[in-house]
Design a protein around this ligand. Structure first.
Ligand SMILES: [Zn+2]
Length: 96
């Protein structure tokens, strides 16, 4: 079986586009994965079984309201990870 959650692809795209603008004390891959996971947990999954399904979900989801909704969840997840990073952050090793 080859079933995917199309929301995962949509969030991945949105996160890649906005990652540089998000306010996080640490921007490593761990924190990015945390934001990704929390965002996905707060959005309804959209399962698809083939490429046509993805095109359909993408067309449906990329109206302005859905885009805003995904972004809002990313911002919320960013706030959670910023407050409680899942790993220790050394104050001296800023990546900026
Ligand atoms: Zn980190």
């Amino acid at each position: 079986m080859n079933v995917k959650n199309a929301m995962e692809i949509l969030v991945d795209e949105a996160l890649s586009n906005y990652w540089g603008q998000l306010q996080l004390p640490c921007k490593c891959e761990i924190c990015k994965a945390d934001v990704f996971a929390i965002t996905l947990n707060n959005l309804p999954p959209r399962y698809i079984s083939n490429e046509d399904g993805y095109a359909y979900v993408k067309a449906q989801n990329f109206d302005d309201q859905s885009r805003v909704n995904i972004l809002n969840q990313i911002v919320k997840a960013t706030g959670i990870v910023a407050t409680r990073p899942s790993h220790d952050i050394k104050p001296s090793s800023s990546q900026e």
